[in-house]
Design a protein around this ligand. Structure first.
Ligand code: FPP
Length: 236
């Protein structure tokens, strides 16, 4: 069983086109799929689930679509927070969500973080205004501050320090690297997602468009993952 599964929820737009509805209706359907996967991951005993909800590059989309995605986040928190809390799910955000993100969405996020802060079940990480290069740049700056102020010497910088300075580090409870990264919709790339953390991750790609992704498919991907031999660069 993987401890940490990360998902690139891709294909909402294509699903919308295929079904003759607006892109926002596609994202809404994507949110519904996401809700089911959170429940399934929790039931399966997965400890960390991370979803790529909004990238630093997604700001290039129309204002209407961007605003619509954040409205969905508000809607998601409004309708799901009580149940997530009841199920002992702990919500975290990976990314600079206080920058650029509309106020109503920031308020919803803060509410979700505060409400679930003491929970110790599934940790649900939402990557929001997330970009891996921005994350690594931020980590480098943090470490430069330490060396400039004489707390450590540059020769003393370690991989662990870099990992701790990422969004997945100290700020969010030191999340282990993802064991498995799933991408839907037939695309096979990382798109600036968890570049550092994915060093030894397994990948699973499916042609299914995200809104059509079901808990059953999730489970079968996890089952297939559990048959893989992982050597982390060593020998068996
Ligand atoms: C990628 O599909 C999906 C996104 C950029 C947004 C993901 C958002 C959700 C699943 C909505 C709910 C999530 C939260 C946390 C509220 P795409 O639009 O790039 O699809 P395409 O490549 O087919 O156009």
């Amino acid at each position: 069983m993987p401890r940490h599964v990360a998902i690139i929820m891709d294909g909402n737009g294509r699903w919308a086109k295929k079904n003759g509805v607006s892109r926002l209706a596609g994202h809404n359907q994507g949110m519904l799929a996401m809700k089911e996967i959170i429940k399934k991951a929790d039931m399966m005993g997965i400890k960390y689930l991370t979803v790529y909800a909004f990238s630093t590059e997604n700001w290039k989309r129309s204002q209407e679509e961007v605003g619509g995605i954040f409205n969905l986040l508000v809607k998601f928190v409004g309708s799901e927070l009580a149940e997530l809390d009841e199920n002992n799910v702990k919500v975290h955000i990976l990314g600079e969500y206080r920058e650029k993100v509309p106020g109503a969405a920031v308020a919803s996020i803060d509410r979700a973080l505060e409400t679930t802060a003491d929970n110790d079940g599934l940790q649900f990480n939402i990557a929001l205004n997330y970009g891996s290069r921005a994350e690594i740049t931020r980590a480098v700056k943090r470490i430069c501050h330490l060396t400039e102020s004489g707390v450590i010497k540059s020769e003393e910088v370690t991989e662990e320090m870099i990992a701790m300075a990422l969004y997945t580090g100290n700020d969010n409870g030191n999340i282990p690297d993802p064991d498995l990264i799933i991408r839907t919709s037939g695309e096979e790339r990382l798109s600036n997602f968890l570049l550092w953390q994915a060093a030894y991750s397994e990948f699973a790609f499916t042609d299914t468009l995200w809104p059509d992704f079901t808990p059953e498919e999730f489970e079968s991907i996890i089952e297939e993952f559990s048959t893989r031999g992982r050597r982390f660069g060593g020998r068996i």
